[in-house]
Design a protein around this ligand. Structure first.
Ligand code: APR
Length: 251
């Protein structure tokens, strides 16, 4: 059996399916990933630009990168990979998407149960007074954006050195412990604790399906099925196979 059919078979036989997504799922929406030759961390040192201490020390510098990213993310639309996961949820075959992304593209694609493991870029909080702002109302042309009190705004994303939001952490590991299948899409699986979600699920007997352009530390060790290729092609193909198995017709 080919990898797509194997993946579909696992999804159809599972009662609880969850997805773990990373930057790779949004690459085809025009948002660069972090690692790899085209990755953001080739251009910017993550310890200088993504650590909370660097942000506190020099918000102006970090905002130089953030403003550039915001301009890309605010224009981005979901691609067929995001829509495939939304369709899988409607079919009752994706109980939750746990995403490391902060671009809100799963929401835009129509998924309803989404856990934002690394926070969200949709809102920002004043570092001085705690006032909240929506990204859509912010002018990113003259960073850093400021609060009415004069304080600097910080996106509600999890920087290195910051804890994972406790509710997201708790919900994700509860799901990992009860899932029968995990679909891991477009993550290099190098950042913990997110990367331990498939490991936890596997240790509790779940099957792990991995969709990625390249092998990762999960491949062949944690993943039962490795579908190599673009998420925008692989995920719709898996969903079509799932429908074929559920309803009998060809899609
Ligand atoms: N389809 C499938 N996979 C893809 C595609 C694509 N079109 N394009 C890239 N990929 C894969 C890459 O091969 C890589 O394994 O997506 C992965 C992206 O890896 P990272 O850039 O490391 O992204 P991610 O795993 O989400 O990073 C985790 O690191 O710095 C942080 O906080 C940031 O949430 C992020 C975390």
């Amino acid at each position: 059996m080919d990898q797509i059919s194997k993946a579909a078979e696992i999804i159809v036989s599972a009662n609880t399916v969850i997805a773990l997504t990373g930057a790779g799922i949004s690459v085809e929406s025009g948002i660069p990933a972090f690692r790899g030759s085209q990755g953001l961390w080739e251009k910017y040192d993550p310890m200088e630009y993504a650590h909370i201490e660097s942000f506190r020390r020099n918000p102006q510098k970090v905002w130089g990168m953030l403003a550039e990213l915001y301009k890309i993310v605010m224009k981005a639309q979901p691609n067929p990979a995001h829509y495939a996961l939304a369709e899988l949820e409607k079919l009752g075959k994706c109980q939750a998407v746990i995403t490391q992304n902060v671009d809100a593209l799963h929401q835009k694609a129509g998924n309803e149960r989404i856990i934002e493991f690394h926070g969200t870029g949709e809102t920002l909080t004043c570092m001085a007074c705690g006032k909240k702002y929506e990204a859509k109302n912010i002018d990113f042309d003259n960073p850093p954006p400021l609060c009415t009190c004069g304080g600097i705004l910080k996106p509600d994303i999890v920087f290195f050195g910051e804890p994972i939001p406790s509710d997201a952490l708790h919900q994700s590991f509860l799901l990992a412990e009860s899932a029968d299948a995990v679909i891991v899409v477009g993550t290099s699986a190098q950042v913990y604790p997110a990367a331990s979600i498939p490991e936890t699920a596997k240790s509790r007997g779940a099957k792990v399906i991995e969709v990625n352009l390249e092998p990762t530390p999960l491949t062949g060790r944690i993943s039962d099925v490795f579908c190599q290729g673009k998420a925008s092609q692989i995920l719709p193909a898996i969903v079509n196979k799932v429908k074929e198995k559920l309803f009998g017709a060809k899609y």
